[in-house]
Design a protein around this ligand. Structure first.
Ligand code: TRP
Length: 335
């Protein structure tokens, strides 16, 4: 029997190459090896966007189209929307009893996000319980594996602690809740879990304004490519460059053929070519790399009900599992 994986993403914006290589490629691989559950975490989006929730449902549907166009197959994996599974909210309620406030206060992401996201009011209870809601997502579906990046590890650890405390309090010899484990991106495959730099060399992120979005038009990609940072030590054409520290080249290596990658590396180290032609080829290679995806994405856009159909079918598969888990919780608690 296949193990069950689950992961979710907040529908707060468009997907970029950082998501594409950091998460999506991993999700594609996992749908074959595991019983995969992928959900759009619209309640998690609401914890920070509660004052301005207008875009959440649009981004939710766009995320579904992106996922399917990228190759997630709704017949192989379960694609659903968090808020279509109200049992998750009930499970959060039970978790909120067994979770000491100090566990949530010490979650690193809690303090970091509160400091970093200055323009949003995060001093609400919903944001405070963010990791406990995440635990409810995982446990409701009885997922044993959660593919995450390093930054999310404390959340998985917390989910495990919550489950242990719940089971310790209520299980008493019966079958308890399932404790999940993290699943780190595969080692040895550069494209998985890759840290993708943006146009300014920092980690690609919508909030840094340095992202190439997977639905950018060819002209947008060309424009961003021309402004992409290269080896900062290479000031003149006659200076030899170091492709290993060139942000543009790190992204280039993810999309181009190996022969071309080697060609640019040699050429750069020997100061035999400039960055401008590399930027031009980078743009064209990204455009053709994304072409098939964008074609499928455009075709799906022409079907106005498609995303909703996928989400409904997914909810029909996910919800009975969550219902069974919550029914067991009630029994364990003794209500
Ligand atoms: N916390 C994740 C993020 O910020 C989203 C998420 C919500 C999630 N629930 C989850 C991830 C459950 C994995 C498992 O992107």
């Amino acid at each position: 029997m296949k193990e069950r994986v689950l992961t979710g993403y907040r529908p707060t914006g468009k997907l970029h190459l950082g998501h594409w290589f950091g998460n999506l490629q991993n999700m594609l691989a996992l749908q074959d090896e595991y019983e995969a559950f992928y959900f759009v975490a619209d309640w998690h989006a609401l914890t920070s966007e509660w004052q301005n929730p207008a875009d959440i449902s649009r981004y939710t549907e766009e995320m579904v189209l992106d996922w399917v166009a990228a190759g997630l197959d709704p017949d192989k994996c379960v694609i659903y929307r968090q808020s279509d599974i109200p049992e998750v909210a009930e499970l959060l309620l039970y978790f909120s009893m067994v979770t000491p406030m100090s566990w949530l206060e010490r979650t690193p992401s809690y303090k970091e996000q509160q400091q970093q996201i200055g323009d949003k009011d995060l001093s609400n209870v919903g944001f405070f319980t963010y990791p406990a809601l995440q635990a409810a997502d995982i446990v409701a579906i009885e997922a044993t594996r959660v593919p995450v990046g390093e930054d999310q590890l404390p959340h998985i650890e917390l989910a495990r602690e919550i489950v242990r405390r719940f089971n310790g309090t209520y299980k008493a010899g019966k079958r308890g809740l399932v404790e999940p484990k993290a699943l780190l991106a595969k080692v040895g495959d550069e494209t998985m879990g890759a840290r993708v730099p943006g146009t300014d060399g920092r980690k690609m992120s919508k909030s840094y304004g340095n992202a190439i979005f997977i639905n950018d038009s060819p002209d947008e990609i060309r424009k961003k490519a021309m402004g992409f940072m290269t080896d900062p030590a290479r000031k003149q054409l006659t200076d030899p460059g170091n492709p290993d520290v060139c942000p543009l080249h790190q992204v280039y290596k993810l999309v181009a053929e190996s022969l071309k990658i080697e060609k640019w590396e040699e050429c750069c180290r020997a100061a035999a070519c400039g960055c401008v032609p590399h930027k031009k080829e980078f743009a064209e290679d990204i455009i053709s790399y994304l072409a098939d995806f964008q074609k499928r994405r455009t075709a799906l856009e022409a079907r106005p009900d498609y995303a909703r159909e996928v989400l409904e079918a997914g909810a029909a598969k996910a919800r009975p599992i969550a219902q069974a888990t919550v029914a067991r919780c009630r029994e364990l608690v003794g209500l």
